[in-house]
Design a protein around this ligand. Sequence first.
Ligand SMILES: *Cc1c(COP(=O)(O)O)cnc(C)c1O
Length: 433
Amino acid sequence: MNDRADQPQPNEAQYRIRSRLIHGRSHSARWDYNHHVVPPMTASATFRLDSVHRGAKGFEDFAREDGEHAPIYIYDRLGEPNGDMLEENLAAAESGEMALCFASGMAAISAAICTLAKLGDHVVAHKVLYGCTYSLIRNWLPRYGIDAALIDMTDLAAVRKAILPHTRVLYFETPVNPDMRLIDIAAIRKVADEANATRRPAERIRVVVDNTFATPFCQRPLELGADLVCESLTKAIGGFGTDIGGAVIGPKSMYHDLILFRKDFGGALSAKSAWPPLVYGLPTLATRMINYEKTAMHVAQFLEKHPKVERVHYPGLESFPQYELARKQMRDYRDNSAPGSMIYFVVRDAEGNGKPAERLIDWAAQNAYTLTLAVSLGQIKTLIEAPYSMTHSAMPEAEKRERGLVPGGIRLSVGLEDWHDIIADLAAALDHV
Ligand SMILES: *Cc1c(COP(=O)(O)O)cnc(C)c1O
């Protein structure tokens, strides 16, 4: 028992999210960490059970857990304290009822889609997706009898047309990786509601949003009408690039299926990988994001004026084609406009072969102190890459072009360096195009 159990506990719900991501729950039956300023990293794959009766109760309670009673921990793949603490904080960050952590963003995305769709069902997804999500939907789901239509989900008429009687999931990223296009979450919700009005509960369509690019600091899809959020913890939520992880956040009604899926397919987040986002990532998310956004705005404005740059996609620029939607949908916890840390830009390329962008990135990789050629995003270092040939190479050439991805496109994940230095390095790299 801890000393504070009998004392009145601060009611964390009355505090702002930014404070809650630093303190978590001050008191929880799930884990007593009142005496730790930093929660301990757990490192026990299995848990001592006092009796067969207690072991049996642990198995019986599993997946029914209501979050209020002390759980009986059995084995890490079923649940463990570090992941549980992270889940409480992620649920608060995304304003969801519950969160479940997974071994990677892809483990979270596959769990979300595969608990909602089964043999004979159909998924509608946006035509541009993170490369591995594209591959999951195109290469793996059909093997299990789940078809998909990849369409332009910025076009609501196209979404309505793509919905079939056996459609169960509408899936998209917003902003889209890598081209930063936005999809209107509230509008997609309405389309789903129209279709669901005449459907029985088991046949209803769910809206699933990948919130990796925005992070919950910049956008809360559940508040805008999404049924489930999935995201990679590897990126800006983890923030420091030390660990791989993912999460699904949504209503309690989805908890049972998702945790059973995680138990049996095995994509549980390890305690050691839950600890860094819990201790470093989420508590600094707001601070990092506010800095990223300031820098990203300076960088985007610099690129926009540069004669060698054809176009810049950053939701904070007034020239951004969906600027109004960005202002409506991407809001931080204080309701300020929050366009995020990701920029996509296209270098002028008379021949359309991507050589100028390649020269820029290669020069930066060799010479620029603040620009690191690497995939991933949302770290303290600025990362640059060529989505066409790197992160989005799973998509066939013709499809990429048809869907608006061009070889000259460059994805920039702004870091925490002094923005003057990032701009100076980009200016020098552009001189070498
Ligand atoms: C990186 C990424 C993922 C996958 O996350 P992992 O943690 O690498 O599995 C999913 N969606 C988006 C938009 C991403 O950028």
